[in-house]
Design a protein around this ligand. Structure first.
Ligand SMILES: *Cc1c(COP(=O)(O)O)cnc(C)c1O
Length: 461
């Protein structure tokens, strides 16, 4: 059954990769020494590498392959669209059927009056659109000085100059002259690491009220928008305390600023609803989507915009757009993905089957000697590694434990990611209970091995 389709030995592929391929978010010299793991095919929740190993994908690629790999319907939708109309643009008063159908479908799925869609090729591009759109919105309202966008430390909003400026990753700001002007950051609602002796609920309120303090500090007449992920993804699946989002919503309602929800990970079923904003009862003016929109089968992102903002932007030409805004093949693939999600009840599967089973197993990991906290919403989950559970202690070298655990996962043929010393999981939403058991059993073995290694290396007390 296993068919390895690459034509070269792994070592040769690795050497070519190291010689010519610059990898994103990778230390190139370290990778060149180790050699990349080369994935050749995938089916359902299973990856196959160039040595024929079968690996269970606990990350859905990069948080995106929500309906799993190998869905022929999506390949066929792409092929049909390529034959019919492989490309046409949506600039200068033209349109085409797949982009019209996808915009209408997204307006139907998105809550309340988020009825208008501006397409992009990725989440980063969509957030760049958002920066220009909210600033231009206020300029059209006669308030061009309302240009500051408030975001959060340890947020991830993409890797382009604009979106990485919104993001709160210090390491990213340290390279290439970021951030752009008029971006401000407040602290994240990460109770486990930063909450100290405060209760989670009080801490959630405290962190939300930093938004109010920042608005007052800058002046309401200077602030255009606040952007946040309903649950921080790349920051480590940081689930905010229950008190956080209602307080943020109160503050956004009180002051005249726009709320942008970055739903690139939380959108399309990840949290057990179509959108994370529904899980938290938030009412954003703009939602950023990408990743799960096409289950990663084609690159596409979008800003889903409310009536008021869209109608204001429509007053004059918005000098903005990407050659591939609303690309017909990507739009056709996204539509097919959304059809499958609805007809197969993928969101209901998360709510009724995937989440309950994964949550029970995930919280069970809380008994492991390395694990200080387990968090899960829908099918995104994280656990904090600690050398001292009672004290919620951090490791002397932040990230060292996470890296060991992550490497033990990879060696045991389960893909998990580490963010500093948090292990995060975001499996395909269609993962079955049996597959969840395999994933958790392999993770448990990896944690045991990591624990032994850390003990041997004197990282634990
Ligand atoms: C991945 C991600 C992005 C960036 O999307 P790309 O398609 O990689 O540009 C933006 N926001 C969030 C929350 C993400 O997780």
């Amino acid at each position: 059954m296993l068919q390895i389709t690459n034509h070269m030995p792994t070592a040769e592929l690795q050497a070519l990769d190291a010689a010519h391929h610059m990898h994103p978010f990778t230390d190139g010299n370290t990778l060149a020494k180790k050699g990349a793991r080369i994935i050749t095919r995938a089916e359902g929740v299973w990856l196959t590498d160039s040595d024929g190993e079968r690996i269970i994908d606990g990350m859905a690629g990069l948080w995106c392959v929500n309906i799993g790999y190998g869905r022929k319907e999506l390949a066929q939708a792409a092929a049909r669209q390529m034959e019919e109309l492989p490309y046409y643009n949506t600039f200068f008063q033209t349109s085409h059927v797949p982009v019209i159908a996808l915009a209408a479908r997204l307006a139907e799925l998105a809550p309340h009056d988020l009825n208008h869609v501006f397409f992009a090729g990725s989440g980063s591009e969509a957030n760049d659109t958002n920066i220009r759109m909210v600033r231009h919105y206020w300029a059209l309202k006669g308030k061009p000085e309302k240009s500051v966008i408030i975001a959060r430390r340890n947020a991830y909003h993409g890797s382009s100059v604009g979106s990485a400026s919104l993001g709160g990753m210090a390491a990213m700001h340290g390279q290439g002259g970021l951030p752009i002007p008029d971006i401000a950051h407040i602290d994240q609602p990460n109770w486990y690491l930063e909450g100290g002796e405060t209760s989670p609920e009080d801490f959630g309120l405290e962190r939300a009220r930093q938004l109010e303090a920042k608005i007052k500090e800058l002046g309401e007449d200077r602030v255009a928008a606040f952007i946040a992920e309903p649950i921080q993804g790349a920051g480590g699946v940081i689930v905010p305390p229950e008190s956080y989002w209602p307080e943020i919503q109160r503050i956004c309602d009180k002051y005249d600023i726009l709320l942008i929800a970055d739903e690139v990970i939380t959108g399309f079923g990840r949290t057990g609803n179509w959108f994370g904003t529904q899980t938290y009862g938030i009412r954003p003016h703009i939602m950023t989507v990408a990743k799960g929109l096409s289950s990663g089968y084609a690159p596409i992102g979008a800003s889903i915009v409310c009536d008021e903002v869209a109608q204001t932007i429509a007053q004059e030409e918005f000098f903005h757009g990407y050659t591939y805004s609303g690309h017909p093949v990507c739009a056709a693939v996204a539509l097919e993905n959304l059809r499958i999600m609805e007809e197969e009840g993928v969101v209901e599967h998360v709510r009724d089957v995937g989440h309950p089973h994964l949550a029970a197993r995930w919280h069970g990991l809380g008994d492991h000697p390395l694990v200080g906290e387990t968090k899960i919403v829908g099918m995104m989950a994280s656990l904090a590694l600690t050398p001292d559970k009672a004290a919620r202690a951090a490791f002397v070298q932040p990230g060292s434990a996470g890296l060991i655990a992550r490497e033990r996962c990879f060696a045991n043929n389960v893909v998990m990611r580490h963010v500093w010393d948090r292990i995060v999981a975001s499996p395909p939403l269609v993962m079955t209970p049996d597959e969840i058991d395999i994933m958790i059993n392999r993770l448990t073995k990896a944690l045991d091995e990591a624990h032994a290694q850390m003990k041997a290396e004197g990282m634990l007390k």
